[in-house]
Design a protein around this ligand. Structure first.
Ligand SMILES: Nc1nc2c(ncn2[C@@H]2O[C@H](COP(=O)(O)OP(=O)(O)OP(=O)(O)O)[C@@H](O)[C@H]2O)c(=O)[nH]1
Length: 857
């Protein structure tokens, strides 16, 4: 049987020290494990009670055994001693002479162990006592230090206050002094100010900006006082209870001091410069948050710029960037287009690439024969054996030459289609530049050259109309030199072909030239992958719903796939080629009509295939949101910066001509929009309330009604309900099929809104020779017409010494006794002014006619 000391024994460490209360006066405790035969053990708590002895008395150590209340232990215990309650035991009968032991039959080892346990326990107690004393000392020191600090801070505040007062006083005196001594030189005045500043005290900053500290100081003191006196907080309650020891934490004190110092020195809080991430659009609130600025400060900034904004307002990235840099932050522009990651430009392996047909766009000046050429090519070269097939306009077509396909993008080359053409060039491999041989290089020819160059697309020159007798192809070639287009014949590398769209001459050669150029370009695509491409045209078809003509640029498009194009998506219901036939697939460079989209995408939108509807929805919703935000931001932007506001003020008198435009094809709507945008001047301009592809519906009429707009249908008609609604609401619907006519009409209508111009025509002058005062009539001037003639009813001005002193109308114009309508030059007459009599001999009467002229745009 052996005893173990409980100190390090984990099994015993749970012994509830608290219940055993080490601090019980005069009692020392430790736990001892006793081992018995057959592996039985028992834990006992040893309490050593010290007896307080009077001087002279002999100390009598006492050990009390408290058995653990485990049943096993109770059963196994050989009942060594009667269990004692935990209350301090009354001193037992005088022990035998063994020191500190009352147990019988303990071996030396056991006794030694117990002794060690008791000693350890004593040592611990001593340590605890020492620690407590140290803590108390530290606390006292801390309290003392805080007190000192508070006193110090109060002293400093008082000092600062006194100093500021002194400064203000001395400054006031200095100013007074300066005023007394005025006028003085600026230098002398500077010197005075220097004098006025208390020397060697305080920093220079408060002197430079003296107002802030003075204002800040009393406000702070008052605020603090109010806070302290007015409110009873837990803190204040405690601090009043046990002195000021617990009033404020040290950190709070420091913060307060820092703040105070800053206010004193008018130092701005140290600014943290951040890199602010700015998406395409952002709310002011969000921007402020990202800059760690207060939204109200950003709003204030806008206000200074003359814009009234709310924190919830959306601004575009450019504005946000400006704001961020004004606040001193750096900017990182990001596109929130992570969602589109992996949608486009999936790389292909070299070995998967195969040759594909070239995509050609025909460009050139108005009337140089683009449409005729496209038609000529198409009519002559629809795929062999299918010549009888019904061709339809889908915005692009393919022809076959020498067994090879060529894709033509069939967008008409009207001036207003510039935007479309620019997009066309992006999806194009080769640009055919049509120049009429009977004309010359024109502005749009140059524009086309620039578009092709910008897109990095090689040009083939088609010199058209060579059938005409006045055709001069050589002149065209020479003119092209000026624009750095050097055709082969002139020793350059640009292919040129003389053609006639009328007779069909040279068309084959042109196609061959295209194929040759394509060979040089070595155009390739991977047909064994999901399709990617571009929308050429999109429209709302009455029977088929939204229809988009797309050009597959890589991969193969199949029915059933989920296609995302711009803001729209849909499951491909059918693919229709340029001959109106349904096809099972659309390989690279093939233009097809896609049916099954949910909405009409925009011409020029890129399309791609996604795996599931959820992803398609996610992408299109994101794009729609983006478009919406952009529109809102644009709108907000219109409320604009100061410049914008000024221009708005200027425009305040601008009359708007609201229009709703519905068209058959997205491309034509864009063209109309662009053309109408150009109309107008400072006084009147067209405002397109809404435009879109599709028939004119009842909702268009409602919109027209609310916005006071006229409705224009381009190649579309209003449905019966819309017609009826328009009739009832008295809304005008106009139909057009030629853009020029549409634009001309709008122009004429807008001209009617221009205020007429006042035009003045000089008629004649008369000199006053005599002034008669006639009763009942008043003063009448006897004049001679010296220039032109004088007319009754015309405007007259009275001019004295070359100064106009009156402008009005004539009351009478008499020749002898008769009223006459006019008096020619050289004759004499009598004239009287309406409501004006201050006339003198020698005055000149100028006669003029005013016309109001209607203006046009
Ligand atoms: N004699 C002759 N006339 C031609 C030829 N090509 C086009 N034309 C005529 O030129 C005029 C304009 O031709 P378009 O094909 O409409 O010209 P465009 O460049 O498409 O014109 P926009 O669509 O207005 O830009 C038409 O009257 C054609 O008949 C040609 O090779 N020879």
């Amino acid at each position: 049987m052996s005893d173990t000391k409980s100190g390090d024994d984990k099994t015993l460490s749970v012994t509830p020290k608290k219940t055993l209360t080490l601090k019980r006066p005069g009692v020392e405790q430790s736990t001892v494990r006793q081992n018995f035969s057959h592996g039985r053990t028992k834990s006992v708590v040893v309490e050593t009670k010290r007896k307080f002895i009077k001087p002279g008395e002999k100390p009598e150590p006492v050990a009390v055994f408290t058995p653990r209340p485990t049943p096993a232990a109770i059963a196994a215990a050989p009942a060594p001693a009667a269990p004692e309650p935990r209350t301090p035991a009354p001193p037992p009968p005088a022990p035998p002479p063994q020191e500190r032991m009352v147990l019988n039959e303990l071996s030396r080892g056991e006794m030694e162990a117990r002794r060690r346990a008791l000693e350890g326990s004593q040592a611990r107690e001593a340590e605890d006592r020492a620690r407590a004393a140290e803590d108390a000392k530290r606390r006292a020191e801390e309290d003392e230090r805080r007190k000192r600090e508070r006193e110090e801070s109060a002293r400093r505040q008082a000092e600062e206050e006194a100093r500021l007062k002194a400064e203000a006083e001395s400054r006031r005196r200095a100013e007074e002094e300066a005023r007394r001594r005025a006028p003085q030189t600026a230098e002398a005045a500077g010197g005075d100010e220097e004098e006025a500043r208390p020397r060697g005290r305080g920093p220079v900053a408060p002197m430079r900006r003296p107002v802030a500290p003075e204002v800040a100081r009393p406000a702070r003191t008052k605020g603090e006082a109010d806070r302290r006196q007015g409110k009873l907080t837990l803190n204040s309650a405690l601090s009043s209870e046990d002195g000021d020891a617990r009033a404020r934490s040290l950190a709070a004190m420091r913060r307060r001091q820092e703040k105070f110092k800053r206010a004193m020195h008018n130092e701005p809080r140290e600014k943290v410069m951040r890199e602010v991430t700015i998406p395409e659009t952002i709310t002011i609130q969000e921007l402020a948050q990202r800059m760690s600025e207060r939204a109200v400060d950003v709003v204030k900034f806008f206000m200074k710029q003359g814009q009234i904004m709310k924190p919830g307002d959306v601004i575009d990235a450019d504005t946000a960037e400006l704001v961020a840099s004004e606040f001193g932050h750096t900017v990182k522009r990001v596109a929130e287009s992570d969602i589109e990651e992996g949608l486009f430009n999936i790389p292909d392996r070299e070995e998967d690439l195969v040759s594909r047909p070239p995509v050609v766009t025909i460009m050139g000046h108005v009337d140089h024969g683009k449409t005729s050429l496209l038609d000529a090519i198409r009519n002559a070269h629809v795929q062999s054996g299918e010549a009888g097939g019904i061709t339809q306009h889908i915005g692009a077509y393919q022809v076959e030459k020498n067994g090879q396909q060529i894709t033509f993008i069939d967008t008409p080359g009207h001036a207003a289609f510039t935007a479309m053409r620019a997009r066309g060039a992006q999806s194009t491999d080769i640009a055919v530049l049509v120049v009429a041989a009977d004309d010359s290089v024109m502005p749009q020819t140059v524009e086309s050259i620039n578009h092709a160059r910008a897109a990095g697309v090689p040009i083939i020159v088609a010199i058209n109309k060579v059938d005409k007798h006045e055709a001069n192809p050589q002149k065209v070639r020479t003119q092209l030199l000026q624009h750095e287009i050097v055709v082969e014949e002139m020793g350059g590398e640009t292919l040129d072909v003389e053609v006639s769209a009328k007779t069909g001459a040279g068309i084959d050669k042109l196609l061959e030239a295209i194929l040759l150029q394509a060979e040089i370009l070595d155009l390739k695509a991977n047909p064994d992958r999901t399709a990617e491409g571009v929308v050429i045209e999109a429209r709302l078809d009455k029977g088929r719903g939204p229809v988009a003509t797309v050009l597959v640029q890589t991969g193969t498009l199949l029915p059933g796939e989920i296609l995302v194009a711009g803001n729209e998506w849909g499951r491909v219901r059918a693919l229709v080629n340029d001959r109106g036939e349904q096809v099972k697939e659309a390989p690279p460079a093939m233009p097809v009509e896609v049916l099954g989209l949910q909405g009409t995408p925009q011409a020029g939108d890129r399309f791609a295939i996604v795996n599931n509807e959820a992803r398609a929805r996610e992408i299109t919703e994101y794009r729609q949101r983006l478009a919406r935000d952009k529109a809102v931001a644009k709108h907000a932007g219109q409320r604009g910066s100061l410049e914008q506001m000024m221009s708005q003020l200027q425009q305040a008198g601008t009359k708007e001509f609201p229009l709703i435009i519905k068209g058959d094809v997205q491309g034509s709507i864009e063209a109309i929009d662009a053309a109408l945008e150009k109309l107008g001047n400072d006084e009147v301009r067209a405002r397109i309330v809404h435009s879109g592809a599709g028939a004119i519906t009842e909702s268009d009429v409602t919109l027209a009604e609310t916005s006071g707009a006229a409705i224009i249908g381009f190649n579309v008609r209003a449905n019966a309900q819309a017609r009826q609604a328009a009739e009832q609401a008295d809304i005008e619907i106009r139909y057009y099929n030629i853009i020029y006519n549409l634009v001309d009409d709008v122009k004429a209508a807008m001209s009617g809104m221009l205020s007429p111009e006042r035009r003045e025509t000089f008629i004649g002058n008369a000199e006053i020779l005599e002034v008669f005062n006639i009763t009942k009539v008043g003063k009448v001037a006897g004049c001679r017409v010296t220039e032109g003639k004088v007319e009754r009813g015309a405007g007259v001005r009275l001019i004295r010494d070359n100064v106009v002193i009156h402008e009005g109308t004539l009351k009478t114009l008499k020749r002898f006794k008769d009223e006459v309508p006019e008096v020619p030059v050289g004759q004499e007459c009598g004239m009287a002014f309406q409501n004006y009599e201050n006339i003198q001999v020698g005055d000149i009467i100028e006669c003029f006619r005013v016309e109001m002229v209607t203006r046009t745009l």
